[in-house]
Design a protein around this ligand. Structure first.
Ligand SMILES: O=P(O)(O)OC[C@H]1O[C@H](O)[C@H](O)[C@@H](O)[C@@H]1O
Length: 430
C-alpha cells in the first residue's frame, strides 16, 4: 500500500509537513503501545497479529465438505459480514459460487433471496462472534426453515463461525456442524483477515496465503515513524486533519470491485473512532460514478472533509473503439482504464485546486495480495488514530445501547433502554 499525503499539506483544513513531524513523536509512543498490545495479544491489538496467527489450512479444511456449491449465503451482520463481502466481491470470478449476504432483516429481501436459490446447492455460512445477535440468529432460523421446507438437510449445508461459547456454538456442537472459531481478542470489525472473513474466500478458491502475505507485508512496515509506514501515515494524517476540522472522511475507491471496501471501512472507522464526542464520519463514494453526484459537495461544500482516493495501479483494461462521431474522437483508441485513471487524477487536482484535502492510497492490483495490504493497512491506521485520539478503539457501547433497547422491545429481557422508546417526542405532520 502506498499513501501520498501531498494534497493534504496546504489545504483547508490541512496539515503541514512540520506539524506531521511534530506529530511523529506521538506516533512513536502510540506504536510502542500498539506493539506491546500485540505482544500480549490484548483484545483488539491481537487483530494486528492475524497475518501470523490465522491458519489458512484450518480454514480450507473446515470448508472442504462444501465442494463447488452454486451459492454461499453468509448470515451475519456488521463485522461478521462486511469483511467477507469485501473480499468475495473484490475477488469474484465468473466461475465462483455466488456469494450472498443476509446482513439485514428486511423480510422482502430475505424471502426474495430464498426463493431464487437452489437450497440443495447452497452453503449457509452463519457467522456471529457473540453467537447472540438477534438479526443473525433470526435470519438463520428463517433459512433453516426454508431448507426444511425444501426437503434439504440443513445440517449438511451449514457451517458456523462463532466464539468458544454461546447459542451458536451450542447449536454447532449439538448438530455436529463444521465450525470455525472466531479468534480471541479480535473484534468483529477487525476480523476480515481471520476465519470470519476468509471462509467464503476459501470456498471460492481464492488464495488465502497471498491475502495474509499482503497483510504481513503491511504489518512489517509498521514502525515508530509515520514517514516509514503507509498505514500510520494514513492514520496520523486523518487524525490530524480531523483535529483541524475534517470531520468527514469520504472514502472513494476508483474500482467497482472495491465498492464494498468503502462499506467495510465505514464500520471500521465509525465504530472504532466515534467516541467521547470525537471521530470522523465515513462517507461512502465510488469513483468515477460519484464525480457526477457527490463531488460537487466535496469540492464546494463545507470545509469539513478529507477525501480518500483509492486505486489499483494495474487492472485488466478494455479499449474504447475508434469513432468518427464529432467531438468524441479523442476517446477512440484510448481505454476505459486510461479514462478512469484520468478521472482519478482530475478529481485529485480539482479538490487540491479548491484547497480540499485529499489523500491518495494505491495498491498494485485488486487481488489477494493488494487486498491483504489494504485491509490490514486501514486496520492499523485506525488503531493508530484511536491511540492518538485516546479513545477506546475496540468497544462499541453506543451500538450495544440500541441492541439492548431492541431486545427489550421484543420481550427478550428487562432492559431500561427499551423504556426510552415509549418516551419518544413527536411532532407529526400529515
Ligand atoms: O458477530 P456478532 O457478535 O454477531 O456481532 C455483529 C456486530 O454486532 C454489533 O452490532 C457490533 O457493534 C458489531 O461490531 C458487530 O460486528
Amino acid at each position: 500500500m502506498r499513501v501520498d499525503l501531498g494534497n493534504a499539506l496546504s489545504t483547508t483544513p490541512g496539515v503541514s509537513e512540520s506539524s506531521l513531524e511534530r506529530l511523529d513523536e506521538q506516533v512513536a509512543a502510540a506504536h510502542e503501545t500498539i506493539e506491546e498490545g500485540r505482544e500480549n495479544a490484548e483484545h483488539g491489538y491481537a487483530a494486528l497479529n492475524l497475518p501470523d496467527t490465522a491458519d489458512p489450512d484450518a480454514i480450507r479444511s473446515a470448508v472442504e465438505p462444501f465442494d463447488a456449491p452454486e451459492a454461499v449465503v453468509t448470515v451475519g451482520i456488521g463485522g461478521s459480514a462486511l469483511g467477507a463481502a469485501t473480499l468475495s466481491s473484490a475477488l469474484a470470478e465468473p466461475s465462483d459460487p455466488d456469494a450472498y449476504y443476509l446482513d439485514n432483516v428486511d423480510p422482502e429481501r430475505v424471502t426474495r433471496l430464498l426463493s431464487t436459490l437452489d437450497l440443495s446447492e447452497t452453503v449457509v455460512n452463519v457467522v456471529s462472534r457473540s453467537g447472540t445477535t438477534a438479526e443473525t440468529l433470526s435470519n438463520f432460523l428463517v433459512v433453516r426453515e426454508a431448507m426444511d421446507d425444501a426437503g434439504v438437510d440443513w445440517t449438511d449445508r451449514t457451517f458456523v463461525t462463532t466464539g468458544e461459547e454461546g447459542n451458536l456454538r451450542n447449536l454447532a456442537e449439538k448438530h455436529d456442524l463444521p465450525s470455525l472459531p472466531v479468534p480471541d481478542g479480535v473484534p468483529g470489525r477487525f476480523s476480515a483477515l481471520s476465519t470470519v472473513g476468509l471462509a467464503v474466500a476459501a470456498i471460492q478458491g481464492h488464495d488465502l496465503d497471498a491475502l495474509l502475505a499482503g497483510a504481513r507485508a503491511e504489518s512489517e512496515r509498521l514502525s515508530g515513524s509515520l514517514f516509514e509506514s503507509p498505514a500510520y501515515a494514513y492514520g496520523a494524517a486523518s487524525y490530524a486533519l480531523a483535529n483541524r476540522g475534517a470531520l468527514t472522511n469520504a472514502m472513494m475507491p476508483y474500482a467497482e470491485d472495491l465498492e464494498y471496501f468503502a462499506e467495510w471501512f465505514a464500520q471500521l472507522w465509525a465504530e472504532s473512532l466515534g467516541k467521547d464526542g470525537l471521530g470522523q464520519t465515513p462517507a461512502r463514494a465510488l469513483g468515477a460514478t460519484d464525480q457526477h453526484s457527490q463531488l460537487q459537495l466535496y469540492r464546494a461544500g463545507p470545509r469539513d472533509k478529507l477525501v480518500t482516493l483509492v486505486r489499483p495501479t494495474e487492472r485488466a483494461d478494455r479499449g474504447i473503439p475508434e469513432t468518427d462521431l464529432e467531438g468524441l474522437s479523442y476517446l477512440g483508441g484510448s481505454s476505459l482504464g486510461e479514462l478512469l485513471d484520468a478521472e482519478f487524477e482530475a478529481t485529485e487536482a480539482s479538490l487540491a485546486a479548491a484547497g480540499v484535502p485529499n489523500v491518495r492510497v494505491e495498491i498494485d492490483a485488486v487481488d489477494e495480495r493488494g487486498l491483504g495490504e489494504l485491509l490490514y493497512g486501514m486496520e492499523a491506521a485506525c488503531v493508530l488514530y484511536g491511540e492518538l485520539a485516546g479513545v477506546s478503539t475496540f468497544t462499541q457501547p453506543a451500538v450495544e445501547w440500541g441492541k439492548r433497547a431492541a431486545r427489550g422491545l421484543l420481550g427478550g429481557g428487562d432492559f431500561e433502554e427499551a423504556d426510552a422508546v415509549s418516551e419518544k417526542t413527536s411532532l407529526v405532520v400529515e
